[in-house]
Design a protein around this ligand. Structure first.
Ligand SMILES: Nc1ncnc2c1ncn2[C@@H]1O[C@H](COP(=O)(O)OP(=O)(O)O)[C@@H](O)[C@H]1O
Ligand SMILES: [Mg+2]
Length: 339
């Protein structure tokens, strides 16, 4: 068990700067991630939220350099533990995937080999990064993790299809923990689970983050599920992060009209308010709106919003947003600090 603490004076574990990811489609270039910058410190859980199609999965895949053709990382930096992942060779990158950064997908079957028993998954992934560990030791480690994950040890002999969806998601977390990954990126990990299993899985994550000082990026279109788990939230809209703040101020006083609309559309968070479905559709990223991309749906849009993109501004201490309505109030613009 790790006793590391989040010390914000330490350099961030992950620094993303001006990241641009594009898909070259027949219809044109889709800029799915458009100039994204943020920092993550060790032990932090970041919720990355936004409507479907806004670029969350592309951003998550880009952090592992797993964007596939027709997509590519066009520019920017991904500084992980001091080195720019974009500059590494594919071989160097492979050594970091899994062992240093792990990704968990909505459907765990995509990452599990249907022909291999669960214990072999553990043995193989442990051996891929450390051959000095014996098979017996690797299985013992998997067993200890199963105790922690609340799965009976004899399920280690099962094939992936014999486990329930919730168990498979636990196995994915277990595989990341077995390798002691520094950063876990979970992309919609509970979307395929039913509500009760989802709640159990979120409780498990809460427990594990305390035990392991886990650094986690939790990607979800459901802002409700980050509310219990995340320390900070990044809100994505049309390929850009439009607001980022600690969870309490973000929920209590969201400054970006998109975040406000997103929060109003969540049941149970603000019971005193009527549930409102957001008007309009997210823009087509082949041809995004000029100025602020949210302006066609924004009830507060002024003329400037239609013509110029708002700068990333520290609206309140550690509370960043890009919205013209919040620019004059504070002069700290352009993002010298991201976390
Ligand atoms: N393989 C692909 N080819 C072309 N466009 C893609 C591909 N994958 C994603 N996109 C586009 O990139 C944008 C962001 O998608 P995605 O990252 O999956 O968003 P999210 O995870 O937030 O739903 C969308 O407009 C989507 O259509
Ligand atoms: Mg997605």
């Amino acid at each position: 068990m790790d006793e590391k603490k989040t010390v914000k004076t330490e350099p961030p574990l992950l620094k993303v700067r001006d990241l641009v990811v594009e898909y070259y489609t027949r219809a044109g270039v889709v800029r799915a991630v458009d100039g994204v910058s943020f920092d993550i410190h060790r032990g932090e859980v970041i919720g990355l939220v936004g409507e479907s199609g806004c670029g969350k999965s592309t951003l998550g895949m880009a952090l592992l350099r797993l964007v596939r053709t027709p997509g590519q990382i066009s520019s920017g930096q991904i500084i992980f533990d001091g080195e720019d992942l974009i500059q590494l060779s594919e071989k160097e990158m492979r050594a970091r995937r899994g062992a240093r950064i792990s990704m968990i997908f909505q459907d765990p079957m995509t990452s599990l080999d249907p022909l291999q028993r669960i214990d072999d998954h553990f043995v193989e992934s442990i051996h891929a990064h450390d051959k000095s560990i014996s098979r017996q030791e690797a299985i013992e480690k998997a067993g200890e993790l199963f105790d922690l994950l609340g799965i009976a040890r004899d399920r280690l002999h099962d094939f992936p299809h014999q486990l329930s969806g919730g168990m498979r998601q636990r196995v994915m977390i277990g595989l990341a923990l077995a390798l002691d990954a520094d950063l876990i990126i979970a992309d919609e990990p509970t979307t395929s689970l039913d509500v009760l299993v989802e709640a159990q899985f979120l409780d498990l994550l809460k427990d594990l983050r305390r035990r392991y000082n886990m650094t986690l990026i939790l990607i979800t279109h459901n802002i409700g599920i980050v509310s219990e788990l995340a320390d900070r939230v990044a809100v994505m809209y049309a390929g850009e992060i439009v607001e980022m703040a600690d969870i309490e101020p973000l929920f209590a006083e969201p400054v970006h009209p998109y975040t406000q609309a997103l929060l109003r559309s969540v049941p149970n968070i603000r019971l005193d308010e009527e549930l409102k479905i957001m008007q309009g559709q997210p823009p087509d990223l082949l041809d995004p709106p000029s100025g602020c991309r949210f302006h066609p749906r924004c009830p507060y849009a002024i003329k400037l919003c239609r013509t110029e993109a708002p700068p990333w501004t520290e609206v309140k201490p550690n509370h960043w947003a890009s919205c013209w309505l919040h620019v004059e109030e504070n002069e700290n613009q352009g993002g010298a600090s991201y976390g």
